[in-house]
Structures are given as C-alpha cells and as structure tokens.
Design a binder for this molecule. Structure first.
Ligand SMILES: [Ca+2]
Ligand SMILES: [Ca+2]
Length: 264
C-alpha cells in the first residue's frame, strides 16, 4: 500500500490545500516578523525612555550625596598665618636709598621693604629678634610723613560662614614693631572685620605704636599682639599698616613678622 493511497487528501485536494497553505504560512511568518519588529520597536522605545530615567535617577542621587556632603563638611583651617608676605621676605629688598614695594600688599606712598643691614635708613641689624625669626628684611615707612599698606583676607576660605557667625572663633593679630634710636617714627596695625557687603562689623583691633621709650631709645623691635572673637557676620578682614614719621626726613617706623590667624 502506498502512502498516496492512505492520504486523506485527494491529489487535487492536496494541491489545492498546498496552494492554500502557502499563503497561510507566509502570513504567519509575516505576522511573526511584524510582531518581532513591533516588539523590537517597542523595546527600543522603552530603552530610550528607560535610560534617561536611570540617568536622571543617578543624577539626583549624586546631587543628593553632594548636597549632604556639603552640608556636613565644616571648613575650619585654624592656626595658619593668613597674611601674605607679612615678614617682608617675598620679592626684593632695598639695600640703599631706593624703594622696594612689598609684594602682596596694596600701598599708599613709598612704603618699602629693606634689608636689616641697610645703614642708609638706620641699621636694625642689632635688633633683639633672632635672625632665624626675622629673616633678611623688614618693612619701613621710607620718606614721607605717613605711608600705608593693606590687604583684605577672605575668611570664608578658612572657616564656614555658619561657624564664623557662631562667635566661638577667635583671632590673633601679632607683629614685631620698632623704630630707631630716640625717634618716635612708628607703625600701627589695624585689623577690621567686614561683612558680605564690605561693611565693618565689630570693632577695630589695633597693635602699636611702639615708641622710643618702649624700646629703651635703642634701634629695635618689640613684639605686640592682640586677640578676640571674630564678630558675627564677618566674611573678610582687612589688615592695614600705617607708618607715621615724627622726626627727620626718613619715616623710620618699622614692622616685621605680621601674623593673623583664627583658632578656637
Ligand atoms: Ca622679615
Ligand atoms: Ca625719622
């Protein structure tokens, strides 16, 4: 018995069935392909939408972490001298009758940093400051009735504004102040705190002057310092040095080793 005899389809019917089956199969295949394309398109669209959501979520997470870190980090750099070139050792110094404007300072007048052994302006090489503390140079008024220099220091680089406002942060201002022989030519240093609008807050902290009698009428320096609490609202501080002439042509008020620092 042949397979043909057991076929449930007559020959003609099988041919007809085959002809009908082919479009059906093609339809199924096309349907599957269309379904696949549709699914792939949907998946692509989904992923395109999903990725930004993930990135956004990550972004928010990072932002949240950064904000938390900022809020919990307290900047407090204490016991560091905040004055630039407070010792007159930056840049060149005068060894004779010429000016050498101190780098790092705004100046008014011919204020100058000079060598300790500059005999033209009065030899300070016998001062009581040990050489390993005084360096090679100091700052003097030079040759006018009053000369000045100043610099403003941003305190928020050192201490958070919240901590500055807590009135628990202290400051210390110190310097070596001096002059020559019996002359009262002398320096005064004023420290002024400023708020975010550059308006003065608190009161001026001052050191000096050191007069001839304070030095025993010899050419020398005397250490001076003052301290107190940083006033609420302070965001910066200005250090102003005024040097005044009382005798002769030269303004022989002298200053060295200026130091301004914060602490608790
Ligand atoms: Ca010095
Ligand atoms: Ca003088």
């Amino acid at each position: 018995m042949s397979n043909e005899q057991h076929s449930i389809w007559p020959e003609t019917s099988r041919s007809s069935h085959t002809r009908r089956t082919t479009p059906v199969c093609l339809g199924l295949i096309l349907g599957a392909l269309l379904s696949g394309i549709t699914f792939a398109t949907f998946l692509t669209l989904y992923l395109r939408k999903a990725v930004p959501i993930i990135e956004t979520s990550t972004h928010f997470t990072n932002t949240s972490t950064a904000a938390t870190t900022t809020a919990t980090t307290t900047i407090a750099i204490f016991n560091v001298n905040l004055i630039t070139n407070g010792n007159g050792e930056t840049g060149t110094c005068s060894l004779a009758n010429e000016t050498a404007s101190p780098p790092g300072w705004n100046v008014s007048g011919p204020i100058s940093q000079i060598y300790y052994n500059n005999t033209f302006f009065g030899d300070q090489s016998s001062t009581i400051i040990p050489q390993n503390e005084r360096g090679l140079c100091y700052i003097m008024g030079y040759q006018s009735a009053m000369t000045s220099m100043w610099q403003t220091i941003n305190l928020t680089n050192q201490v958070d504004s919240g901590l500055l406002d807590s009135q628990t942060v202290k400051f210390n201002l110190s310097a070596w102040l001096g002059g020559i022989t019996v002359q009262n030519d002398s320096a005064v240093i004023d420290l002024t705190f400023l708020d975010q609008n550059n308006q003065m807050v608190g009161s001026i902290a001052r050191i000096g002057p050191v007069l001839a009698a304070d030095r025993g009428n010899i050419s020398s320096f005397i250490p001076k310092q003052t301290s107190g609490f940083v006033p609420s609202g302070a965001r910066s501080a200005t250090v102003l040095v005024n040097i005044t002439r009382y005798t002769g042509t030269n303004n022989n008020g002298d200053v060295d080793n200026m130091n301004f620092y914060l602490y608790q």
